[in-house]
Design a protein around this ligand. Structure first.
Ligand code: SF4
Length: 546
């Protein structure tokens, strides 16, 4: 008789936890989580001040150097001369230079004259005159020595600036409209709320260990990339409650680009802080902590959907009350860059100027401060498009101010190429970079200004050194993602091309096709060809993305 062999009964597989604290997963599941558990990263400041700045770079504990330093805006920069594509091949310490990139957070992009002069002087005294205006409204230095960090903090803090949580798994700088409080098109100015968020929650230890970074944007106008932040609050009229804010959550680009989703609720100005902090708390409690690659809020929002996210936000554990429904407000026509000359509500003018791909210097920022002072202005703003604004210029002195700005290399009437090109840090300083970006983009702008000077509408070009998309590869007309490409059997610096991305009414993620790659040296030819095709075939009012 044939014996039947019993089929082994398999235990049903328990779904793998994602490391969510709210589900009881408190044990660290990767080395980043372990490092944050071992010591609150904010504590590293005492060691920088008391030990590392005294004993020098070689005394720094590696867990602090490559982890906790970020909570104070510090990353090691890339050792010069290491070719692209070495990340993952070389050990991290082989890529590390003994100098730092330091990011100064400027919530809302607002600077007064004393702050601008301080930022400029620090660059000259400690950063070899480097300063980049980033696409998060920060200023970023390079070549910073750990020995100088306490003095830099002392100078920044004396004028009300800081580097706290400028990087790391925490609430990063809050983007704001660079024309908040002066624009004729603004209905509510949320500067006070942005400042309150900075003062109350930056450095709050209950929020300093998030699954990953948390990016925010709060402003009435569509002048920040509101679709690509973890949280964005953008101005909206409610038919019953009046002006307030429409809230979006779960945006982010990088290798898994996703646009934020509207929650369909209306937020009153006075509720901004409360809503903001509860969204951060949801991320802290429910965000995925197992894999770094799935730890951004966008993955949770994608899995839950906007409806469930709203339910959790309004639940007892968080807000504990319902927010008014808000139907989708009209989509803004375009992302505003504020370049040029614009009248303010008080009759003065603001002037938007375009440094090439955000690269400035301490010297130039000092010169900008001189121009501001000459025209009686105490206010300068940075933008999320790597541009600068000078506020409060009297009407009868605008053209003189424009000429003075032009004389220091800050054009209020830039070419369309200069106006709409951005670049990330790239191989010069970034350890993850595969290709050069800033210099390549600067040369590209100069080349295109000669080749296609007749371009009369902006075509945005975002140059990125790797797939991380810090300069928003996927939301440009022409998005460039650095990679090595093969030309005549040799690997050379190049880019994968994403076409047709955009914001606001043109919101879409640029399309890429496998073959769409271009060597760095061929970039000028490639963009010229694309542009000429667009210029000759476009119909009345048709944009590049259409
Ligand atoms: Fe560095 Fe890549 Fe970000 Fe550029 S996109 S700054 S290369 S991480």
């Amino acid at each position: 008789m044939r014996r039947t062999v019993p089929t082994p009964t398999r235990k049903p597989r328990r779904p793998k936890g994602q490391g969510q604290w709210a589900m009881g997963h408190r044990e660290p599941l990767n080395k980043n989580e372990q490092s944050k558990k071992d010591d609150n990263p904010l504590n590293v400041r005492q060691r920088i001040e008391g030990i590392y700045s005294v004993r020098g770079f070689d005394s720094i504990d590696p867990a602090d150097l490559r982890g906790r330093f970020r909570w104070w805006g510090l990353y090691t920069q890339r050792k010069p001369g290491i070719a692209g594509g070495k990340t993952g091949i070389l050990e991290e310490e082989e890529l590390d230079d003994k100098y730092f990139m330091m990011r100064v957070r400027m919530d809302g992009g607002q600077l007064n004259l004393a702050q601008l002069r301080t930022v400029a002087d620090i660059s000259k005294d400690f950063g070899r005159d480097t300063a980049d205006v980033t696409d998060r409204q920060n200023v970023q230095y390079h070549w910073i020595r750990v020995e100088d960090v306490p003095e830099i903090w002392r100078r920044l803090e004396a004028v009300g600036l800081d580097t706290q949580e400028a990087c790391g798994d925490c609430p990063r700088v809050v983007l704001g409209s660079p024309v908040a409080g002066v624009s004729k098109d603004e209905v509510i100015d949320p500067t006070e709320q942005i400042q309150a968020i900075h003062d109350r929650f930056v450095g709050d230890r209950s929020l300093s260990n998030l699954p990953r970074k948390f990016k925010s944007s709060i402003g009435w106008l569509p002048d920040n990339p509101y679709e690509t932040n973890d949280i964005s609050l953008i101005g909206a009229e409610h038919p019953e409650h009046g002006p307030g804010f429409d809230i979006w959550v779960g945006g982010g680009l990088s290798t898994n680009p996703m646009f934020a989703q509207r929650l369909g609720v209306w937020v009153a100005q006075e509720d901004i802080e409360e809503v903001w902090v509860n969204v951060v708390r949801i991320f802290r409690d429910w965000g995925y902590r197992r894999l770094r690659t799935r730890a951004r809020l966008k993955f949770l929002v994608k899995d839950w959907g906007a409806e469930k996210f709203r339910e959790v936000l309004e639940s007892e554990a968080y807000l504990g009350r319902k927010l008014p429904d808000l139907d989708a407000p009209p989509v803004p026509e375009k992302l505003l860059d504020h370049i040029g000359i614009h009248e303010q509500t008080d009759g003065n003018y603001y002037i938007g100027v375009a440094p090439v791909v955000g690269r400035v210097s301490g010297t130039l920022l000092g010169q900008l401060a001189d121009v501001a002072e000459k025209y009686g202005s105490d206010r300068v703003r940075t933008t999320a498009l790597q541009k600068l604004l000078l506020l409060d210029v009297p009407a009868d002195r605008v053209e003189d101010a424009v000429a003075d700005l032009e004389a220091i290399g800050l054009s209020a009437r830039p070419s369309q190429w200069r106006r709409a090109t951005m670049a990330c840090t790239g191989i010069q300083f970034c350890k993850l970079a595969i290709v050069d970006t800033k210099d390549r983009a600067r040369d590209l702008v100069a080349e295109l200004e000669k080749r296609v000077p007749e371009l009369d509408v902006p075509i945005s070009i975002h140059v990125n050194g790797c797939p991380n998309a810090c300069a928003r590869t996927q939301t440009a007309d022409i998005g460039l993602k650095g990679q090595l490409v093969t030309v005549d059997g040799e690997q050379v610096e190049g880019f994968q091309v994403h076409l047709g991305g955009g914001h606001a009414a043109a919101a879409s993620l640029g399309r890429k096709s496998r073959g769409l790659k271009v060597a760095s040296a061929e970039l000028g030819d490639y963009v010229e060809r694309l542009t000429r095709r667009y210029l000759s075939a476009r119909s009345e009012g048709e944009t590049f993305a259409q």
